[in-house]
Design a protein around this ligand. Sequence first.
Ligand SMILES: [Zn+2]
Length: 94
Amino acid sequence: MERCPLCRATLNGAQTCRRCRAALQSVKRVEREGEVLVDAAIHSLSLDDVMTAERLLRRALAVHAAPEACALWRLVKMLLRRSEARSASASDFL
Ligand SMILES: [Zn+2]
């Protein structure tokens, strides 16, 4: 987090906003939790485990809808649609 979510002052890593004095420890903790979930989702994608990535990203978005989590969510949804279409067309041959 680079700016205070309340007053938009630059934080420079501070736990308390120098301008509005907001205590940001819990906000930063939530942001970190989201980052850990996004990292785990990326790891799942590297293992070709799209279902686990989807589950992790769903949790990440519930915790903190960061732009990178939203972008990965769109990618995972596209991958799932593609694999569903592929398995549907494969079942046409059975
Ligand atoms: Zn502030």
